[in-house]
Design a protein around this ligand. Sequence first.
Ligand code: PEP
Ligand code: MN
Length: 332
Amino acid sequence: MIIHLKSSVNDADVAKISQELDAFHIKKPEFHVLVTPSALKEVPVRYEKLVEESFVFPNDMQLSSADYFSNTREIDINGVKIGGATNNTMVIAGPCSVESEEQITQSAELMVEQGISTLRAGCYKPRTSPYSFQGMGAEGLKLLDKMRTKYGLNIITEVRDTTHVDEVIEVADIVQIGAKAMYDQGILRRCGQSRKPILLKRGFGTNLQEFVQAAEFILSGGNDNVILCERGIRTFETKTRFTLDLCGVAYLKEYTNLPIILDPSHAMGYRYGVPDLARACTAMGVDGLLIEVHPDPSVAKSDAAQQLDHNTFRDLLGTLRPIASAIGRTII
Ligand code: PEP
Ligand code: MN
């Protein structure tokens, strides 16, 4: 249950009530938000006078629920806005990994040329083999920081584990929690304490309830800026890397208030399918796309098979704009 307590209730009383109800407390200027387990269905009578409004939920999808508020949350990333009434579809693009200054500079320059505001690239890569390229780590973060300053781009980069979560939060404009890290409660809770936008990817074996509950870990810490990312789930199919769950996206659009970004690159795993999927995703009216692009995919140190080259990306963007505009959206 979510309970809005009047702002006149003092902090000591709020702390006492939170403890009694086993609730998270998020302090807002207008009221105190208490989030209890969803099993609580009624405000205890002794607190009724202190309550401004309350909301009951069938399960622990609470702060994220469209029943709490029906509009998609607006997320402001240094003036670049998605969700709310914006009708923006934000393209996030860049290589899988930061590999060198030259490579990431070429990527940043492509974003500037194409009017894209957000550059992606991983520095801490969650690989399935310890012998694969693990990312440049802190050196990579420094390069991303440099790209932000030099080109005025927003940076999204991923956190792999809690050892470097603070460093990533410090540098990133959007913190990406990857498909394998999304169950890491240390990462989720730490991101809940931050106010930076968090892009939470769905694990490939994660059902929608679990996915949204992972988002609740961040939201209940007081961070309102959570974006969901569908990047493909594992099915019986082996011809493609994963299966992009567009039905799941329709569900999330209907039942949650969180903006949604689709990642056709990791879902497909092969570059030939990415442009068609990106067009289909745009037509679904989502809040953004995440697309992997590399100056020379043939030498990429991670996810080489799925990254687009720069010319293919330019052509793709040209086709996304009219699709977005046909459904009243703008590619940003
Ligand atoms: C990535 O974005 O490069 C990545 C590793 O994605 P995922 O966590 O979805 O596998
Ligand atoms: Mn990748």
